[in-house]
Design a protein around this ligand. Structure first.
Ligand code: ADP
Ligand code: ADP
Length: 237
């Protein structure tokens, strides 16, 4: 599903975000990337949906080298690859339903969405997805009236409504307390098991990674320094 072939990324100021990264992630995998702040986790994840652009190598997503994509092709990629962020990225003044259904944006087009022309089917799908993360009772509340954990669940419902092939979660629990973090990780894991959507999650806590990941990729200074099942992670790595 995702293959990095000797991918490097140098930011305009000369910082190396990725250095000769080679890795393949198969369809349906649940992978956690761990590493200290600055290790390159965000750069790795953001390369996959081309929020950042590698400067060298080849990066295949669903059979297509995404490094050269532009315009319409890039929008198609981003519809296929859903994102979850540390700070939820909801529209605060909008309702939970409006935020969730905005996951359809790539499918319906901006004009339809501005005019609020989502189909009945889209609305039903959004509602079903809110139910999957047990947040449907807040469907007409404003997003900013919810707690952080609730907002992250809405952002999971939004990404599901996008019907992506891949979900990228960039530090999805870094702003949450431990019980809420576990709750969010459990939803991500459950969805991966039920829907087989390839899922990549960045975390900076190794214990959390070991509890949920099938496979852990460790990064340091823009390089992959560990790649294996959680059971192979020892104190030394
Ligand atoms: P992580 O997600 O593991 O914290 P990042 O991918 O954010 O790591 O960062 C990797 C390296 O790239 C760090 O040295 C960081 O400072 C640098 N970096 C990240 N974004 C930019 C940017 N837009 N411009 C320049 N350097 C950046
Ligand atoms: P995170 O904890 O998510 O990695 P950072 O505080 O490292 O966030 O980065 C915040 C923003 O600043 C990001 O958009 C990142 O790309 C950018 N950034 C990070 N490091 C640098 C840098 N050295 N130079 C320029 N931009 C940077």
């Amino acid at each position: 599903m995702i293959t990095f072939k000797d991918v490097s990324l140098v930011y305009p100021n000369g910082t190396q975000g990725l250095k000769h990264v080679n890795v393949t992630i198969d369809e349906g995998e649940f992978v956690v990337i761990v590493g200290l702040s600055g290790a390159g986790k965000s750069t790795f994840i953001r390369s996959i949906n081309r929020m950042v652009t590698p400067t060298y190598g080849e990066l295949y997503v669903d059979g297509e080298n995404v490094i050269q994509l532009q315009g319409k092709e890039l929008r198609k990629l981003r519809t296929k690859v859903g994102m979850i962020f540390q700070n939820y990225n909801l529209v605060n003044r909008s309702s939970v339903m409006k935020n969730t259904i905005s996951g359809r944006l790539g499918h319906t087009g901006t004009l339809r969405s501005i005019l609020n022309l989502y189909s009945k089917k889209d609305r039903a799908l959004a509602y079903e997805n809110l139910k999957r993360v047990n947040i449907e009772e807040y469907v007409y509340q404003r997003a900013d009236q919810l707690s952080g954990g609730q907002q992250q669940r809405v952002s999971i419902a939004r990404v599901l409504t996008q019907e992506p092939k891949i979900i990228l979660a960039d530090e999805p629990v870094a702003s949450l307390d431990p019980p809420t973090s576990h709750q969010v990780m459990k939803y991500l894991k459950k969805i991966n098991q039920e829907d087989h959507i390839t899922t990549i999650v960045n975390l900076h806590f190794i214990d959390m990674a070991m509890e949920y990941a099938d496979r852990i990729i460790g990064m340091r200074d823009g390089e992959i320094v560990f790649d294996g099942p959680a059971s192979e992670v020892t104190e030394k790595t």
